[in-house]
Design a protein around this ligand. Structure first.
Ligand code: PLP
Length: 400
């Protein structure tokens, strides 16, 4: 039998993929499954963006692209960051990556070796843990419970930092909780970070434009520009512009870090799709008018889901200000048995029973490091979302 490298043994496919696969299998059997398990906008990529990719291909932009990204896209990302956060950012501080995910991989692989600790405020996107383990690092989860709005508290951060801490991962608006962070709360985290100059921060701002009810996004560097020699800011076009398939993201950081991250990228994949970069450039430099419309639609869905789920026995919901997820606690369902005879001992049991019996796919909180919760993606048309909420309600009412 082949003996795979140790890094394969310590890394598993995220539970989000497992749930989606089971949902697909049930669908293949002809079952009407409503899958709310993937974090993907249901809107199309805007037509002018698709057209820009066509035009680039017709112009012959089909050769190996520059390793760090096209000059035009790097400049557009740098301008955007400068404009939005008031921090002059040169294009050389930007690395264009294959989706936000490769940005995370590049930074983690640049910084983290065996035994290095990475602080992950939980709940957190499962990709962080995977990447840290792949690199041989040690994920250190800091619970950020619902009572604290799922936001990292400064005392909890200070308590988690050790001499081996290399990196802190931040993600607001958050996947899976949808939590945003206030300027004051970010400033309080920055105060802690100033006491520990050996700690880097990767601020994953990929949901930065998906905000509701007047909520604002604050970048860590906008609040604490003095930390710029050890903060990397990450974002991309996947969520904002409904471009998950184009695989374009970026990281912005100090020149030396960008150089290291470029070495990782050069080793793994080289530069990023040329037509994808042309599309991302059009997204960043073209009209932004549709973003408010789409955010309003996500907000309407969030409100509808909260109104429906807050009536359901056993569930309690926090009100997210951003992203397209709701992350209710299912604590009141634990210890019960479903109509189909499945015992609900954990959020994983809940998610599986809900899929098998009510044909609704969600992801268990355990996959994000905080139980007992489920993550519901609201990136689905409203009538289907409401139907899913009804099924969840029926499922919970039938628990005994
Ligand atoms: N960061 C977070 C918090 C995410 O939720 C995701 C995708 O789900 C990513 C990064 C990866 O984004 P991309 O699809 O651009 O690789």
């Amino acid at each position: 039998m082949t003996e795979y490298a140790a890094r394969i043994g310590r890394t598993e496919l995220a539970a989000t993929f497992a749930m989606a696969a089971r949902a697909r299998a049930l669908r293949a059997e002809g079952k009407d499954v409503i899958s709310l398990s993937l974090g993907e906008p249901d809107f199309p990529t805007p037509p002018h963006v698709v057209e820009a990719a066509h035009a680039a291909a017709r112009r012959g932009e089909t050769k190996y692209p520059p390793l760090g990204g096209t000059e035009a896209l790097r400049a557009a990302v740098a301008d955007k960051f400068t404009r939005e956060h008031g921090l002059a950012t040169p294009a050389r501080d930007v690395l264009i990556t294959n989706g936000g995910k490769q940005g995370i991989f590049n930074i983690v692989m640049s910084l983290i070796g065996p035994g290095d600790e990475v602080i992950i405020p939980a709940p957190a996107w499962a990709g962080y843990e995977q990447t840290v383990k792949f690199a041989g690092g040690v994920p250190v989860f800091v619970p950020c419970p619902q009572e604290q709005g799922f936001v990292l508290q400064p005392e909890a951060l200070a308590a988690a930092i050790t001499g081996r801490t290399k990196l802190l991962l931040l993600n607001y608006p958050s996947n899976p909780s949808g939590a945003t962070i206030s300027r004051e709360a970010l400033a309080a985290l920055a105060d802690v970070l100033r006491q520990y100059p050996h700690v880097w921060v990767l601020s994953d701002d990929i949901y930065e434009h998906l905000l509701f009810g007047g909520a604002r996004h604050h970048a860590l560097l906008g609040v604490a520009p003095d930390l710029r020699d050890r903060v990397v800011t990450l974002s991309g076009v996947s969520k904002t512009y409904a471009m998950t398939g184009w695989r374009i993201g970026w990281c912005i950081g100090p020149a030396e870090m960008i150089k290291a991250a470029t070495i990782v990228q050069a080793t793994a994949t080289s530069g990023v799709s040329s037509v994808g970069q042309a599309a991302a450039l059009a997204a960043l430099t073209g009209t932004q008018d549709f973003l408010a419309e789409r955010a309003a639609s996500y907000e309407q869905r969030r409100d509808a889901v909260l109104a429906a789920l807050n009536q359901v026995p056993g569930l309690t919901c926090h009100r997210p200000d951003g992203a397209f997820y709701v992350f209710p606690s299912i604590a009141g369902c634990l210890g019960k048995t479903s109509a189909g005879g499945r015992r609900i001992g954990s959020d994983g049991d809940f998610a599986m029973a809900l899929l098998e019996e009510a044909l609704v796919g969600v992801v268990q909180g355990a996959a994000f490091g905080l139980s007992p919760h489920i993550r519901i993606s609201t990136a689905t048309a409203l009538p289907r979302l409401l139907e899913a909420c009804q099924r969840i309600s029926g499922f919970c009412h039938a628990l005994r």
